[in-house]
Design a protein around this ligand. Structure first.
Ligand code: ZN
Ligand code: ZN
Length: 254
């Protein structure tokens, strides 16, 4: 059994993603023997193939929220993974506002390629084989319902903190002592009126939640200028928790 996460891309924020200063395309999570593609933003299909993964090996698709930097390539990957809907995939999970009939990020004709669409919300639990996928606290993230996500089995617990503005409820709304936490850490310092986490917020969460390991990703230009590796190093020394700055293609075992 292996547990690893590969960062297909690490860009976040309009400039970095839509000028591809860092790749985008989400994360490939291998959890026990289940392959999960999380947040397939622009270029995901290319990055999957480039990293030597096979789209047809994906078991579950997870969209943390409907924004384009997290969903732009879902249709291309679905087309590839399902051989144009001929080989159905088991499960796609997303907040319900990403799958509205009138405004779905998944093209209607491709839904035939999925056995099941599940919406995620606070407290929702979805079982798949021997793993459990759980919706955590609702984030403040303008224009898109967004929830924290926990994936666990009897051995390991992976926690994803997607995009959103920090608020104190997040300190209670996330579980303690996860094996790994991935934080979409767009900024170094919070930017007023932009609903994204900053490294100073991540520090508060690490001190309270004490995961065994943490990764920061989804970087804006502000973060890239401050050098994510340095920011991660500071977080490590301030919290005593090993924090890694993701690079495009980085694989982290946990
Ligand atoms: Zn977003
Ligand atoms: Zn985002």
């Amino acid at each position: 059994m292996s547990y690893s996460i590969t960062f297909l891309g690490t860009g976040g924020g309009r400039v970095v993603v839509f000028r591809q200063l860092r790749h985008s395309g989400g994360m490939w999570l291998t959890f026990s023997d289940v392959n999960i593609l999380i947040d397939p933003g622009p270029g995901s299909l290319i990055r999957i193939l480039e990293r030597g993964f096979e789209p047809k090996d994906i078991d579950i698709f997870i969209l943390s929220h409907r924004h384009l930097d997290h969903t732009a390539d879902i249709n291309a990957v679905l087309e590839s993974a399902t051989e144009s809907t001929k080989r159905k995939k088991d499960l796609l999970i997303s907040p319900s506002d990403a799958l509205l009939e009138c405004d779905s990020v998944v093209l209607p004709y491709l839904r035939k390629g999925l056995k099941k669409l599940e919406s995620i919300y606070e407290g929702k639990e979805i079982s798949y084989k021997n793993i459990k996928i759980k919706g955590l606290i609702k984030h403040i993230h303008r224009g898109a319902d967004t929830f924290g996500i926990e994936i666990s089995d009897e051995r390991k617990r992976f926690v994803y903190v997607p995009c959103g503005r920090f608020f104190d409820g997040m300190l209670e709304g996330y579980p303690e002592n996860a094996d790994i936490m991935v934080f979409n850490t767009t900024f170094v310092h919070p930017v007023p009126n932009i609903d994204h986490l900053a490294a100073s917020d991540v520090k508060k969460m690490l001190l309270k939640l004490k995961p065994k390991k943490a990764v920061i990703t989804h970087f804006s230009l502000q973060m890239l200028k401050s050098v994510p590796e340095k920011v991660a190093q500071n977080l490590s020394s301030e919290t005593g928790i090993p924090v890694v700055a993701a690079r495009d293609g980085l694989r982290v075992d946990f």
